[in-house]
Design a protein around this ligand. Structure first.
Ligand code: NAI
Ligand code: NAD
Ligand code: ISE
Length: 338
């Protein structure tokens, strides 16, 4: 069975996903596209020589009987409407993060999915498919480093555009750590606090960069996460889990090492597209395979999207108050318990 996919949002990651589904993965075919910028939708069809219908908006695309599943890769504030339309039509959805930009929006999606009666939605938290994070999880789950006590992580981008704002350091960037870390340690967040260190001269006037976020879990694990999106030198993701019996590190992205002109070195990537390329492949392959084999997607759920949104909201509140803020989650419905 080939899963026939409609794409909503043919920008940067929309095209990356179209390319991998069309050229690298098996079991899926792009049959429809839309973008608020219709020229972008047309040019994506041309760029990848797709045999795909071009629709004026998400509703028309979702209504196409030929579309089995929807890939939502528009900008964050547009996600909720497209995901709800797909659930209403009983279609599968792979939605890039964030699931919705508010906790209330995520809850509306959770409720719509539960009303539908089976899982339809997978959220694009691809780090859970990255082999480095999978190895870290194995080290924790097998008790190799004992009880985790603290985690230190770093999320650095070389630069961002002018439309990137202070809250996006949380909603757009830290959101990956928010998701992958609670999965890694199987714990939920209780308190968060955001501090603003000295600002880099490279950040736009309106942007507070870097930021230092502290997350405290129910069991008392303390996580410190640095987000620095104008670090200039590269795309750098680090994670160190300090346990009672030892310490585990996320592997560095491996490239060749060189010795030249009295220096020994390896390169650092510049682009998120490359750093998690294998994880993006795996998450989408898993989405298509699990629908084919079990009738439901298997990856991060709408509930994971909700947890990320509630935690991000508390961080954004702390950006404004400077205080430690409580993370208040609703009780997890049985529907999302494995
Ligand atoms: P982008 O700005 O390159 O592309 C977004 C596209 O969506 C644009 O073509 C825009 O015209 C279109 N669009 C916006 N609103 C729309 C609507 N209502 N209906 C249809 N099309 C609409 O953005 P980019 O970088 O591709 O990001 C898209 C999404 O992917 C974001 O949610 C972002 O957070 C996520 N993302 C995830 C990454 C990951 O590592 N998982 C990496 C990069 C982006
Ligand atoms: P982008 O701006 O390059 O592309 C977004 C596209 O969506 C644009 O073409 C825009 O015209 C279109 N669009 C916006 N609103 C729309 C709507 N209502 N209907 C249809 N099209 C609409 O952005 P991007 O970098 O591709 O990011 C897109 C999404 O992917 C974001 O949610 C982002 O957070 C996510 N993202 C995830 C990762 C990741 O590592 N998982 C990386 C990058 C982006
Ligand atoms: C982008 O949207 C992503 O998801 C990338 O993974 C992240 O590193 C970047 O900061 C975001 O803007």
């Amino acid at each position: 069975m080939t899963l026939k996919i409609g794409v909503i949002g043919t920008g940067a990651i929309g095209r990356e996903h179209i390319k991998r589904i069309t050229n690298n993965l098996s079991g899926g075919k792009i049959v429809a596209v839309t973008d608020v910028n219709q020229e972008s939708a047309k040019s994506a069809v041309e760029q990848f020589s797709l045999d795909a219908a071009i629709y004026p908006d998400d509703k028309a695309l979702v209504a196409d009987a030929n579309v089995d599943a929807v890939l939502v890769t528009s900008w964050g504030p547009a996600h909720e409407q497209s995901v709800l339309a797909a659930i209403e039509a009983g279609k599968y959805v792979f939605c890039e993060k964030p699931l919705a930009t508010t906790a209330e929006g995520c809850m509306r999606i959770v409720e719509a999915e539960m009303k539908h009666g089976k899982r339809l939605v997978q959220v694009g938290f691809m780090r859970r498919y990255d082999s480095g994070y999978v190895q870290l999880k194995e080290a924790i789950d097998s008790n190799y480093i004992g009880e985790p006590l603290m985690i230190r992580c770093v999320h650095r981008n070389p630069e961002v555009g002018d439309n990137y704002t202070t809250d996006m350091e949380i909603n757009d960037t830290l959101v990956h750590e928010i998701d992958v870390l609670h999965w890694l340690i199987n714990d939920d967040y209780k308190f968060v606090q955001v501090a603003f260190p000295k600002k880099t001269k490279r950040a736009a006037a309106h942007l507070q960069d870097p930021q230092l976020i502290t997350l405290e879990t129910n069991s008392g694990i303390i996580i410190t996460a640095e987000v620095f999106v104008n670090c200039k030198y590269g795309y750098d993701i680090q994670c160190e889990v300090i346990g009672e019996e030892g310490v585990a590190y996320l592997p560095e992205f491996s490239g060749i090492a060189t010795r030249k002109e009295a220096k020994f070195g390896t390169s650092i990537l510049m682009d998120w597209k490359q750093r998690f390329i294998a994880a993006y492949d795996k998450e989408l392959q898993d989405f298509m395979d699990s629908i084919k084999n079990t009738g439901e997607p298997n990856g991060p759920t709408s509930w994971d999207g909700y947890i990320a949104a509630v935690t991000a909201d508390a961080c954004v509140k702390s950006q404004q108050t400077g205080e430690k803020e409580l993370v208040v989650l609703a009780d997890k419905p049985d529907f999302y318990k494995n």
